[in-house]
Design a protein around this ligand. Sequence first.
Ligand SMILES: Cc1cc2nc3c(=O)[nH]c(=O)nc-3n(C[C@H](O)[C@H](O)[C@H](O)COP(=O)(O)OP(=O)(O)OC[C@H]3O[C@@H](n4cnc5c(N)ncnc54)[C@H](O)[C@@H]3O)c2cc1C
Length: 354
Amino acid sequence: MIETNTSLKAFNTFSIDVNAQILFHFNNLKQIPELLDLVKTTRADNKPVLILGGGSNILFCEDFTGLVIKVDLSGVDITESADSYLLKVAAGENWHKLVADCIDKGINGLENLALIPGVVGAAPVQNIGAYGTEFKDFCESVEYLDLNSGALHCLSAKECLFAYRDSIFKTLKMQDALITRVTLKLTKDWQAQNQYGRLKNAAESAQKLSAKQIFTSVCQIRSEKLPDPAKLGNAGSFFKNPLVTAPQAEQLLALYPHMPHYPQPDGQVKLAAGWLIEQANLKGAHIGGAAVHQQQALVLINQNNACAADVIQLANLVRTTVKEKFNINLEHEVRFICAMGESNLTEAVNKCRN
Ligand SMILES: Cc1cc2nc3c(=O)[nH]c(=O)nc-3n(C[C@H](O)[C@H](O)[C@H](O)COP(=O)(O)OP(=O)(O)OC[C@H]3O[C@@H](n4cnc5c(N)ncnc54)[C@H](O)[C@@H]3O)c2cc1C
């Protein structure tokens, strides 16, 4: 189905009201020839193309002048071997529903990733993660359609180059890759992962825990600490947790001994962006209808009919204040989408000023 000059408000969890010139609902692989034609004519007009899942990691900065492909492909195929389950899941399936269905079926492993909004096809893009596990821990392969050549390809997990909130799908050369399906391998030799964050306190020893208990705890903790986008627009963590060098971390720890810090295998130290924002006294700060969430400083919210410029200026205030106080550059996790395609906070701020 194709819509023209249509609002994207219902298609982004920030609830920013911008229009797309063309919106194509891609729900069947049989539509591939039609889709490729549409991409070709859009590009011939020098207009941009955007692949959209649930819109939960996106900030639309202004009306989108080109083609938005809303990926609604559905279908889950599960096969079982002696030691594992293999799940082939279409890109438009809801991520949390997949996790919940697996737990109901006694297929364990994804429980720490419960309640992450969005669809399965977006999960590899930023290698979603929570409570000590990441998408990459279960990924076998990712299939995609090259919107330029029309060819279907499959990448092994290794070829996806997964890293912290990163993968090959974020690189420029993969901007034409529309993920159609992912294959996940969930081993029957399951072990609880409850060493991270509040999960540590949520239950007793890992041996006694079931996947269902972890799933329930994760859902409870997340519902308590994160605003529900259906009630209060947001895109989850707005900034990534910054990585600093060990000497920089030591300098900061001398000044702030209670600063949360997580040494990484490569020698760098990961800091908690939320803590830095909170220490910069930004909880509750607001510009126009956008605000820093009172309970969760890492989350920017659409408190009162915010427009994109409100969120952009607030994000800039957070970034500059943290830089001044800690000399740390916060990088945004949320993808900035401007009229002509992907952009970034610096460009968006400059546009707001002009
Ligand atoms: C309340 C809340 C909590 C969150 N918690 C977490 C968390 O704990 N951990 C975490 O990692 N993230 C979290 N997020 C961020 C977000 O949910 C994830 O990044 C999610 O994977 C985005 O899915 P989506 O379908 O909404 O993608 P979208 O926002 O629609 O798209 C995100 C990016 O992926 C691309 N994309 C989408 N689908 C495809 C496809 N089929 N093929 C190619 N590219 C595609 C888009 O072009 C875009 O660049 C949270 C968000 C919210 C609102």
